[in-house]
Design a protein around this ligand. Structure first.
Ligand code: FES
Length: 125
C-alpha cells in the first residue's frame, strides 16, 4: 500500500486522518490493550499522526478524527474519542475514516459511546 500523507500539505486537499495520542497514559501500561497493534492497524489503513499528551489522560487511549478538507467545508470539526482500548473500536474508526470521516460519512452510532468534548483550548490537536 502506498504511503499516505500524514501532515497537511500546503494547497492540496487534506484527507480525513487520525491523531493518536501516545504519551504518559495513552499507549502506556496504565491502560489495558495492545497499543502497538492498535497503532499498527490504524497506520495500515488511514493517515495517522502520533501526538504527545493531549491533556485528557482520564480518557486514555485518546484518538482524534480530523475531518478532510471536504468534511471541514461541510462544517465538520475534529471528533475526540476516548477510552478507545479495544480492537472493535479501532475497526469502527478505520471504517469511518475510510468512508470519509466527519462531515462526509455518518458517524457510526457505536462511536457515540467514545466521543467526548475536549477542553476548549484543545479543540484542535
Ligand atoms: S497521554 Fe493521552 S491524553 Fe495524556
Amino acid at each position: 500500500m502506498p504511503e499516505r500523507p500524514t501532515k497537511e500539505t500546503s494547497g492540496g486537499p487534506v484527507p480525513c486522518r487520525v491523531v493518536v495520542c501516545r504519551d504518559c497514559c495513552c499507549g502506556s501500561p496504565k491502560v489495558t490493550g495492545d497499543h502497538a497493534a492498535q497503532t499498527a492497524r490504524l497506520r495500515a489503513e488511514v493517515p495517522v499522526r502520533i501526538s504527545d499528551c493531549l491533556d485528557v489522560c482520564d480518557q486514555a487511549n485518546v484518538i482524534v478524527v480530523q475531518p478532510s478538507t471536504t468534511g471541514r467545508a461541510a462544517g465538520a470539526r475534529p471528533v475526540w474519542l476516548g477510552l478507545v482500548n479495544d480492537p472493535d473500536a479501532t475497526e469502527d474508526i478505520v471504517a469511518w475514516v475510510r468512508a470519509g470521516g466527519p462531515g462526509v460519512a455518518p458517524q457510526p452510532d457505536i462511536l457515540d459511546l467514545y466521543a467526548f468534548t475536549p477542553p476548549r483550548r484543545r479543540a484542535e490537536p
